[in-house]
Design a protein around this ligand. Structure first.
Ligand SMILES: [Zn+2]
Length: 560
């Protein structure tokens, strides 16, 4: 009974295949065709197209419906976009991939507007936890509370007396711990501030539970590291998030050797889909084995690259840790913190350049940005090939006007985050004063006017990973409620074309990947996203609710 129908079905399918082949005769059919689309290619030679066709992992046609549909074969998947927008796969040029996964595993305190709300969440978590088990949380911001002051540990001790609690601030540059966590870390009034960090103290000099920048490590180092199983879980959680958001590649800013190995295992197993451009984050001694092996440029069909190093020069503006040339306007005793001695920044950059690795340095304050540019200039003088490595200032938030033209002169890429500008704009003028703000705070246009390209990103999980929030912020310089009217320092806004380029081709350039990624051109890897709304045409607020309907990485549909 079962044989006849099966055989007939196969015969029928074979017949249909023959008929289609006889009619269209594509010599080498495509695997996937998207037609009837509003395609933004981000390629100057052909900015717009109607259809594209993919064979294997690469684009074979980007052009008219007729051109693409000519490659339709019996097994070709054909998607009618019904006029929807298609853009190149979006890239986040500065983010923390496992950090996103870890964040998804911890208490998310973003959006809380009082300390009481935070205490409630910790209380609930403590009720479920074993005694002694760490309670981890993230993204509180005292600027969102009525009192705006640093919290103190007694409040946490009341809701979680038996569990160590460690909650990081929204910028990742300060943490709030309870007495149990401080006891486990051996913190007392005698504990000194480490270089590049400080403990907030009461009038008697006793630590109050808030640890800034490098002082965070005093407590964080006591948190057990994730097992390799937990690490893989974090990676896959992040991957599921990025795919759904239309992010096809992430530049991962500060990665351990253990994590690189986990990436490799998961790519080999076909479980990880988002392309990763790794910046190794570790001391020079640990970098040396990587330098000896040399850069990995395109592992697994350009899914993994390990050819960059991440260095952190200073802290963040929110916690007044960013290194400034002159004191903070709202705390004149402080100019911020350099987290590494300048010579160490130089030694790492030099060794990386000699080994053919790009260096990407976190620099937020104007003093840190100048130090980084000075370091790059010095290393380029000693290793001429270093210029071709496309050295990067990560964040480049506050610049002294004299340093703005130096990026173009040195071929240095500012890797900036549009949503940092719109998150920080309410308090930046108070921190650094109106003159420094107007002259050099998040000055995308001033930088672009010198001829540099800006690679855009989110710094997730510091900001949300959704690239639509970044596009919107880049175009409007407004928060998601549309404030301020007209945009903050509106002259610094990007056009839609510039914003899209910053999340695609410019990011690819910053990753040495523009020959294969970042625009929709035949021969390039087939990374693209079909969007629910046309982000190049709709009113700006509608960008915020735009979703990916189809995310394709290397010709493979990874989300729909
Ligand atoms: Zn970062």
């Amino acid at each position: 009974m079962s044989r006849w129908p099966t055989t007939l079905a196969i015969a029928g399918a074979a017949l249909a295949t023959t008929l289609v082949a006889a009619r269209t005769q594509p010599a080498d059919p495509a695997d996937l065709i998207v037609h009837n689309a509003a395609i933004y290619t981000v390629d100057a030679k052909q900015p717009r197209a109607r259809a594209l066709a993919v064979r294997g992992s690469r684009l074979v046609v980007v052009g008219s419906d007729a051109d693409a549909l000519a490659l339709r074969g019996p097994r070709t998947r054909v998607v009618d976009a019904r006029g929807r927008a298609v853009v190149p796969g979006l890239q986040d040029a500065h983010a923390h991939f496992t950090g996103l996964g870890a964040a998804l595993q911890m208490l998310d305190l973003r959006g809380t507007t009082s300390l009481e709300q935070i205490l409630d969440r910790v209380r609930q978590q403590a009720a479920k936890a074993q005694p002694g088990e760490w309670i981890l949380g993230r993204s509180w911001d005292q600027n969102d509370w009525p009192e705006k002051a640093w919290p103190t540990h007694e409040a946490l001790d009341r809701v979680a007396p038996a569990n160590p609690v460690y909650l990081t601030r929204v910028d990742g540059h300060a943490a709030f711990a309870n007495a149990k966590a401080m006891e486990m870390a051996g913190i007392s009034a005698e504990t000194k501030d480490p270089d590049g960090g400080r403990l907030i103290r009461d009038a008697q000099g006793r630590p109050t539970g808030v640890f800034v920048d490098r002082a965070m490590g005093l407590v964080a180092s006591r948190i057990p590291p994730p097992s390799s199983r937990q690490l893989e879980e974090q990676i896959l959680l992040a991957d599921a998030t990025t795919r759904a958001l239309g992010l096809t590649m992430v530049h991962d800013a500060g990665v351990s050797s253990q994590t690189v190995e986990a990436y490799r295992r998961l790519f080999d197993a076909g479980r990880l889909k988002t392309r990763l451009y790794v910046m190794l984050g570790m001391p020079l001694a640990q970098l040396k084995p990587h330098f000896e092996k040399g850069p990995i440029t395109s592992y697994a069909d350009h899914r993994l690259a390990v050819r960059a190093v991440k260095v952190v020069a200073d802290g963040a503006l929110g916690s007044r840790g960013a290194a400034m040339l002159a004191p903070y306007s709202d705390e004149p005793g402080t100019t911020g913190l350099l987290l590494l001695p300048p010579d160490e920044v130089y030694q790492i950059t030099l060794a990386a350049a000699r080994a053919g690795f790009q260096t990407c340095i976190h620099a937020i304050g104007d003093r840190a940005n100048r130090l980084v540019l000075d370091t790059f200039e010095r290393v380029q003088g000693e290793v001429p090939a270093a210029r071709a490595l496309r050295l990067r200032n990560e964040h480049a938030q506050i610049l002294d006007p004299a340093d703005i033209p130096r990026f173009a002169r040195l071929g240095v890429i500012p890797a900036m985050q549009a949503t940092h500008a719109t998150s920080d704009m309410p308090w930046v003028p108070a921190r650094i004063g109106p003159e420094r703000t107007a002259a050099g705070a998040y000055v995308w246009r001033k930088l672009m006017n010198t001829g540099v390209v800006i690679a855009n990103g989110s710094d997730f999980p510091v900001e949300e990973p959704n690239p639509m929030f970044g596009l919107y912020a880049a175009i409007t310089r407004q928060d998601r409620e549309g404030q301020p009217p007209g945009g903050w320092m509106a002259g610094e806004r990007m056009t839609r074309e510039e914003a899209l380029a910053s999340f695609t081709i410019n990011a690819a350039y910053a990753a040495h990947a523009e020959a294969d990624l970042g625009s929709l051109v035949p021969g390039k890897l087939a990374d693209f996203v079909m969007l629910s709304d046309d982000v190049m045409q709709v009113p700006a607020p509608q960008i915020l609710t735009t979703r990916s309907l189809l995310t394709v990485v290397g010709g493979e549909v990874v989300h729909e």
